[in-house]
Design a protein around this ligand. Structure first.
Ligand SMILES: Nc1nc2c(ncn2[C@@H]2O[C@H](COP(=O)(O)OP(=O)(O)OP(=O)(O)O)[C@@H](O)[C@H]2O)c(=O)[nH]1
Ligand SMILES: [Mg+2]
Length: 318
């Protein structure tokens, strides 16, 4: 879609020009077009240049860690300002390990995180929010009848990308935010097993909010963009250095100042200061355990089948 196009302007169809070589275009990319950009039926433009990316959200596909392809690093979206981590409060149950991984990816890519807890009509948010008390993590609660004004205010003026397990309600939310979007919505077939209804990422322009509806003035001039993505089973972080993993745990960072030089912060480090930090009540022990699980999963010691599950989560022991 052209940057200055109005909501009713046609969408331009374009293909990659040969001169781009192997560079791939991902959702969120700003591109230069030549050729027929009228958007008329049958018109085809060419993408000749990809603008420098402001941010790049990546994940390593760990869906199949046994093959070389399974370790491939994928760019999820380019130029996102905000990572909306969508987690259902039930059906499927929340996984704080998954949310922790998304937080690492967000801080690593310099994208602001927003926790979006859906299906608040089915379960309360206390357990999940309790786990993140030390974090000043912004969050919104969504139920089928909830007013979306607060969320719209947080989306205004920026590009936000939704990530989450299959079946948590990403497309349902997009359809509420952008009624014309008509994103397919699926059913959750069994606990924790969504059907991966959405199969590709799509960027949509949010509609202008009615005047007087929202505080920030940008909501009236620039309501922002929302990117719906297909559900993922896990958020692989093999591309993030062990050092950068800590950035996803701002509640632990200060605790590492007393660590010996070159401390790896693993459970095996006898003098790691994080144990004392947690023992002194400065951070939640479950957060330290989650951080160490991530460290271990990087060195291949973690359980690749359920990398995003923390013992404190509902059904964690099952
Ligand atoms: N009770 C309840 N159900 C919801 C809510 N939001 C979504 N659902 C239901 O959850 C199911 C899955 O929703 P989707 O929007 O398809 O989920 P998704 O995250 O887009 O899933 P994928 O595209 O597979 O990644 C649908 O049956 C929705 O009706 C909610 O707030 N409350
Ligand atoms: Mg979907």
């Amino acid at each position: 879609m052209l940057p200055d196009a109005g909501p009713d302007d046609p969408t331009v169809t374009a293909m990659r020009a040969r001169e781009l070589g192997r560079k791939s275009v991902v959702v969120g990319d700003r591109v230069s077009l030549v050729g027929d950009t009228s958007g008329a039926p049958g018109a085809l433009a060419r993408i000749v240049r990809i603008a420098e990316r402001r941010s790049v959200l990546r994940r390593t596909a760990e869906d199949d860690a046994t093959t070389a392809e399974g370790r491939l690093e994928r760019v999820v979206v380019a130029n996102a300002d905000q990572l909306v981590i969508v987690s259902a409060l039930a059906d499927p149950p929340p996984r704080t390990g998954f949310i922790d991984r998304c937080l690492v990816a967000a801080y690593d890519a310099d994208i602001e995180p927003l926790l979006c807890l859906t299906k608040a009509d089915l379960a309360g948010p206390e357990a999940v929010l309790g786990y993140y008390t030390e974090l000043e993590l912004p969050y919104v609660l969504i139920r089928p009848d909830s007013d979306l004004a607060a969320l719209r205010a947080l989306l205004a003026g920026r590009v936000s990308v939704l990530v989450g397990h299959s079946g948590v309600g990403k497309s349902t939310l997009v359809n509420r935010l952008v009624p014309e979007a008509d994103r397919a919505v699926g059913t959750v077939s069994a606990i924790g097993r969504g059907r991966h209804t959405s199969t590709s990422a799509v960027a949509l322009r949010l509609p202008l909010a009615p005047r007087g509806d929202l505080e920030p003035p940008e909501a009236h001039s620039d309501p922002g963009w929302i990117i719906d993505t297909p559900g993922v089973r896990s958020f692989g972080l093999a591309h993030v250095s062990a050092e950068s993993l800590l950035h996803g745990f701002p509640d632990l960072v200060e605790g590492t100042v007393d660590c010996p030089a070159n401390c790896q912060h693993t459970a095996e480090e006898a003098d790691c200061a994080l144990d004392a930090w947690v023992a002194a009540g400065k951070a939640d022990p479950r957060r330290l355990a989650s951080y160490r699980r991530l460290l271990a999963s990087r060195s291949g010691e973690g359980d690749p089948r359920e990398p995003e599950r923390n013992p404190g989560d509902p059904l964690a022991g099952s």
